[in-house]
Design a protein around this ligand. Structure first.
Ligand code: NAD
Ligand code: MLT
Length: 533
């Protein structure tokens, strides 16, 4: 490493972790550092270690001229602008596995505490009262728990709650059936199927565009009267206003909340309900988790400073060096091809086959396959997927993948100089996408299932199955116009005249759910999917 690197530690990590860091670096501890101070001194440091504070903003990254690594002692990277870090060439590492057990146990603690009124009773007794009759509780035994998101923490919760004699049902459309079986959970096809049957709902998804507010007014309308809810994942996955309304109406009997859409959560109306038990984001606050999280982040940061491959790198640039220049456009293309799948199909991916044809087949394609897997998993796992862990995450979710090369066969690469074709299948669903680079190295998707097209990937897209007949596209475009949404590009692909066809549009602004539904109901429109590439 040459000169000893300087590391700034911006929130509390265990002493053992600090000792590890001090063996190889000069360490400055500034717990609770203010944002302006951080911005002022960051230029002196090679690495920064944070927990859910301080915020690692674009400004911090811009001013951190020497900064090479940001280490997040924990799971979520919501407080780090990962995209800006990537742009500034800063590696972001986190420790997603280190606190799962603690978060799982906190979930169950909140479930029991809220079902048995523990904090409320504690307050009465300590206040000199007794109030034995006031605190009628409810057993977990024999009840149905609905787990939303059967990943690391959700699956730990499932196995433990089965020991309580609970029936476990789960909703996670992105994992294969085997995983449900392995954790003794009954698979529910839709979120609302789970909501209708659950006595207790607990959420364990990352906070993504799809999961924000996923337990909202609609779910409380169909939930059992007396349902209990727990959120130890991220604030906002259970819509806070809808929850307050449902508590007021007596639909929800109790809530156990460790996380809030704004933290600290002072002034949050949910705090006024007697039957809401809250903790200040304590999921990972145990000696064991903090020891693991601290020592893991210390080791990862030191390794990243030495340029080593780190198991939990959230972003890429530090790892690829020179090669990135040639491969970068293909990485973008592959990631976009992967991202298509879960946005178009509500089915688990079980098998992924990638074929590299033409010029690209002669290159180092392993990293491109990783980009594809990263793209595949990102819509459902959020920012935690990276180039290093994509393979592991895919395998762990039961996805088998294979890579084929075909340097010469003209037939196979349909006249393109280089072509990447991916076939993804699972649970009866089959998809095939292909892509290439255009003359300026920008990605083009040239095949979506049976349709040949030439699609420029953009952040706001609509994929529309429709009937190929006159009078279908006009009203569709007008409805977008009425919603003040400008169409930037449009492509139509069909196989047989008069039959089903695919229309792909790029629009200049996001399409909201109400507009999507209006579009879906137009004559000749079969379905409308919002895609972001
Ligand atoms: P994970 O990535 O292992 O699992 C998340 C699961 O959610 C995946 O299986 C994914 O398929 C599923 N999922 C994604 N979108 C979904 C959707 N729309 N519907 C249903 N399922 C969906 O994550 P994890 O490590 O288990 O963490 C779960 C959550 O807990 C995260 O939000 C994390 O930030 C949070 N967390 C909180 C604390 C705390 O202190 N309270 C501690 C650790 C983790
Ligand atoms: C995490 O994301 O790891 C948890 O929410 C805990 C924390 O923020 O420290």
């Amino acid at each position: 490493m040459g000169e000893r690197p300087r590391i700034l530690v911006g929130d509390k990590i265990v002493d053992e972790a600090l000792e590890l860091l001090r063996q190889e670096a000069d360490v400055d501890i500034r717990y609770g550092i203010s944002q302006p101070e951080l911005e002022e001194i960051i230029e002196n440091y090679d690495a920064l270690i944070v927990r859910s504070i301080p915020l690692v903003t674009e400004e911090v990254l811009r001013r951190g001229k020497k900064l090479k690594v940001v280490g997040r002692a924990g799971n979520g990277v919501d407080n780090i602008d990962v995209e800006a870090a990537t742009r500034h060439g800063v590696v972001v590492v986190n420790t997603p596995d280190s606190n799962s057990i603690s978060a799982c146990e906190q979930t169950i603690a909140l479930m029991l505490a809220s079902a048995r009124n523990l904090p409320q009773a504690n307050n009465v007794v300590k206040g000199g009262g007794w109030g034995r009759g006031e605190f009628m509780g409810s057993e977990l035994f024999g009840k149905t728990v609905g787990i939303v998101g059967l990943g690391r923490i959700g699956s730990l919760v499932a196995t433990r709650l089965r020991a309580f004699g609970m029936r476990v049902i789960a909703y996670d459309p992105y994992i294969p059936l085997e995983r449900f079986k392995r954790f003794g959970a009954e698979r529910k096809e839709t979120l609302n199927d789970l909501v209708r049957e659950a006595d207790i709902i607990t959420v364990h998804t990352p906070k993504t565009e799809e999961t924000i507010g996923m337990i909202g007014a609609e779910q409380f309308r169909i939930a059992k009267r007396g349902v209990r809810v727990v959120n130890c994942a991220r604030g906002g996955i259970i819509d806070e206003k809808a929850l307050a309304d449902a508590l007021r109406e007596g639909i929800v009997a109790s809530a156990g909340l460790d996380v809030f859409s704004k933290e600290p959560c002072t002034g949050n109306p949910l705090l006024e309900f007697k039957n809401v038990v809250v903790t200040p984001h304590l999921g990972a606050t145990t000696f064991e988790a903090q020891r693991r999280v601290g020592t893991d982040v210390a080791n990862y940061v030191l390794a990243a400073l030495k340029g080593e491959i780190v198991p939990n790198t959230v972003n890429l640039p530090y790892l690829l060096g020179e090669e990135i220049h040639t491969l970068k456009p293909y990485l973008t293309l592959a990631e976009q091809l992967g991202r298509l799948y879960y946005q178009l199909e509500k089915a688990p991916a079980e098998r992924v086959e990638v074929t590299y044809s033409g010029g690209i087949a002669a290159k180092e394609t392993g990293i491109i396959t990783l980009a594809l897997l990263k793209g595949l998993l990102t819509p459902v796992l959020g920012d935690n997927v990276n180039f290093v862990n994509a393979t592991w995450l895919a395998e762990n979710r039961g996805i088998r993948f294979s890579e084929h090369r075909d340097e010469n066969d003209e037939e196979c690469h349909s006249g393109y100089v280089s072509l990447i074709t991916v076939r993804i299948s699972g649970n009866g669903s089959k998809a095939e996408y292909a892509g290439t680079l255009s003359w300026d190295n920008s990605p083009r998707i040239v095949k979506v299932n049976r349709y040949q097209m030439e699609i420029v990937p953009t952040p706001h897209m609509l994929f529309v199955d429709h009937i190929d007949r006159p009078g279908v596209i006009g009203p569709f475009a007008s409805t977008l116009g009425q919603a003040d949404i400008n169409i930037a590009m449009m492509q139509v692909g069909r196989c047989t005249r008069g039959e089903e066809a695919l229309m792909v549009l790029s629009v200049d602004s996001p399409v909201d759910e109400a507009t999507r539904q209006k579009l879906s109901g137009l004559p000749g429109i079969l379905n409308v999917k919002i895609v972001s590439l």
